[in-house]
Ligand binder design. Structure first.
Ligand code: 7RM
Length: 649
């Protein structure tokens, strides 16, 4: 068992669901969860079929719930439906016609509220625009937009006509757009002139123009006017969104799609340079998104729900657009940065719109901690009833801050573990049922057969580290990598025979709770001990001076690997030798001498993706003293790298 990941961090804090929350919740006790979970695992097909009838509207019922030929799954075979109809048309007849679907704020401060009826009309019109511009069922359409309602409208319009969308992050470069257009052979691009970020205009159309140089595949670019910045329209190729919409009819019949027709492709940066197009299909994906939105957020009609993710990330797909709209929720959407014009922008939004459910990422939570309590404390956050976290392990210290300062020790926190590939939340508390411990995504969602296993695929004992796998197919699972089934098999289905391999390391504690210890590729090997990154990072973050930390291994002739910690300090903390030594000692005390960093490097900021994940791969190269050579196209801020490489402190 020497190959297993070792685990040392002990977390003893414990929070029972409050009786008042539980009383009203869909699932109101741990035993009720356990009973439902047991049923969902013993007979997943019946379980999911019941939910599919309850949560989705169908043109035609399926004849077979699941066809499974590892690694290829087909769910609800024979069923027909349309995703935009599920998210819009149904709500025109269920009492939600004039309910706010989207409440939007632009970064400069504009506000718009769009009802279900209005959203339906906009989506229909854009669907007609797409058709008139040559889009057909099955075509691939790139969406490269700022965070505005039109981004969601574009996605839904694609689903209305059965076109496959691929949203590219508004922060990515023209190179990234080009690769993606090429990989999926897209023929239409939907974009905007620009969008706002930290007070500046991001020139989106300009990036699209650069990406399209010498491209003969894309015959149409539809440009939404958002920022009024100067752009060029290429005659014969580019058209204005608003001009096209004026000519379009207000109704477009929804295309009847097969349950397994492709819905969207979303690219994730693989470890190789080639982008990896994760393919999701229609019914299973929508069901996974809707079921988890309902139970994990315990969503009510009167909720004002805000997920701060960008629409270019899977979280924006499942938990801004498809899950919440399918359930008829009111969704808040915000265009810009959390600290614009001041670090209280999010809290201002929550107060003003009466947000009840707030879902964000640990990277944001750590930034708010760093900026200080005075910003949230200036606002009345009493509308909040539930908090969520996604994207990385949430360090226990960050969890406690979120719980006390934002949630006023009143709101349950759902720490949700999932991936682009899983389509929907997989490990999570249910807020009325699951006792919480800071730092763990707790237990599997219904139908999710998760396990921590060793190299042979055997389940490891409690508290031993291993690989996180999923043992059974689930409706919202990735169906393929676009154009590359071999890579699909190799990447996810070859590591542990018969199981989906997540790429994450984890341990399960004595209560069966899952603790993610980091990506398997990032695991350190120190003098024969395999250590996950997240425990050492959490130990560092538990020191009062530290805002954020990333730990990587550096080749070391004695120990195999030495532990290098990159640390961002809270505002005003001094970059001294004494503090560096104090941090090493602190890790030694919290975890043990084996995990003590050999090297602590202070950094102004850490390299991250736009969804806030620390790019340890780049830090590894820096720690080894080399130049960064890997793919940096998903990096949010290139300046950070320059700073780190030149940093001798
Ligand atoms: C939703 C999303 C997936 C990877 C995943 C993990 C990490 C995400 C959590 C988490 C610990 C969490 N999709 N991750 N959520 N780790 N606790 N609650 O993030 O495809 O962009 O990333 O993110 O490593 O494998 S993703």
């Amino acid at each position: 068992m020497t190959n297993n990941i070792e685990s040392y961090l002990v977390e003893n804090r414990f929070f029972e669901p409050s009786p008042s929350f539980s009383k009203k919740a869909y699932v109101s006790s741990l035993s009720q969860y356990e009973e439902l979970y047991r049923r969902s695992i013993e007979d997943p097909e019946t379980f999911w079929a019941e939910l599919a009838s309850e949560l989705l509207v169908w043109h035609k019922k399926w004849h077979t719930v699941l066809e499974w030929e590892e690694p290829f799954a087909k769910w609800f075979v024979g069923g027909k439906l349309n995703v935009s109809e599920n998210c819009l048309d149904r709500h025109l007849h269920d009492g939600r016609r004039n309910k706010a679907a989207l409440i939007w704020e632009g970064e400069p401060g504009e506000k718009r509220t769009i009802t279900y009826q209005q959203l339906h009309r906009e989506v229909c019109k854009l669907a007609n625009v797409l058709k008139r511009n040559g889009a057909k069922r099955g075509d691939r359409i790139i969406i490269y937009m700022p965070m505005c309602p039109e981004a969601a409208i574009a996605m839904l319009a694609c689903t209305r006509i059965g076109a496959i969308h691929s949203v590219v992050f508004g922060g990515f470069s023209s190179e990234a757009i080009k690769d993606r257009i090429h990989d999926c052979n897209a023929t239409i691009v939907i974009t905007a002139d620009g969008g706002y970020r930290r007070g500046a205009i991001v020139p989106l159309k300009q990036s699209v123009d650069n990406a399209l140089k010498n491209n003969r595949q894309v015959h149409r670019v539809i440009v939404f006017r958002r920022a009024n910045n100067q752009i060029q329209l290429e005659p014969g190729r580019d058209v204005w969104w608003h001009e096209e919409m004026e000519k379009a009819a207000a109704f477009c019949p929804p295309e009847s799609m097969d349950a397994e027709d492709p819905l969207y492709i979303l690219y994730t940066s693989g470890s190789t340079g080639k982008p990896k197009g994760v393919l999701h299909t229609t019914a299973g994906y929508l069901l996974g998104a809707a079921a988890t939105t309902k139970y994990v957020f315990d969503l009510r009609d009167e909720d004002v729900y805000w997920c701060t993710a960008d629409i270019g990330w899977v979280t924006g797909h499942s938990y801004i657009v498809y899950g919440p709209l399918c359930l008829g929720a009111t969704v808040v959407m915000y265009e810009g940065a959390p600290n614009w014009p001041k670090p209280d922008r999010f809290w201002k939004l929550i107060e003003e719109h009466g947000v009840t459910i707030f879902y964000t990422a640990p990277t944001a939570i750590r930034a708010f901690m760093r900026w200080g309590d005075k910003w949230p404390n200036q606002h009345n956050l009493s509308s909040l009833r539930l908090l969520g976290s996604v994207g990385e392990p949430i360090n226990p210290e960050a969890w406690m801050w979120y719980h006390t300062v934002i949630g006023n020790s009143r709101c349950p926190i759902v720490d949700t573990w999932w991936q682009t590939e899983t389509g929907a939340i997989m490990l999570t508390p249910l807020p009325g049922a699951t006792p919480l411990k800071p730092g763990t995504a707790t237990l599997p969602f219904f139908g999710v057969d998760a396990a921590v296993v060793d190299e042979q695929g055997e389940t490891v004992p409690p508290n031993a580290g291993g690989k996180l796998v999923i043992r059974k197919p689930w409706p919202s699972m990735v169906r393929n990598i676009w154009g590359d089934p071999d890579r699909f098999k190799k990447q996810y289905w070859s590591e542990i025979k018969g199981n989906y391999f997540t790429g994450d390391g984890a341990r399960r504690d004595e209560d069966g709770y899952f603790w993610i210890v980091g990506r398997i590729d990032d695991v350190l090997n120190v003098a024969g001990h395999r250590l996950g990154t997240s425990e050492i990072e959490s130990a560092l973050v538990s020191h009062p001076a530290v805002a954020e930390a990333a730990v990587v291994g550096r080749p070391d002739p004695m120990k195999g690997q030495a532990v290098v910690a990159f640390v961002t300090l809270k505002e005003g903390e001094p970059h001294t030798k004494e503090l560096r030594e104090a941090l090493r000692q602190h890790v030694g005390e919290v975890i043990g001498p084996i995990a003590k960093p050999d090297d602590v490097r202070f950094a102004e900021a850490l390299p991250k993706t736009r969804s806030g994940k620390i790019m340890r791969r780049l830090l590894k190269e820096i720690a080894a003293g080399g130049q960064v050579t890997g793919d940096t196209t998903t990096l949010e801020d290139l300046n950070v790298l320059a700073q780190l490489s030149g940093n001798e402190t």
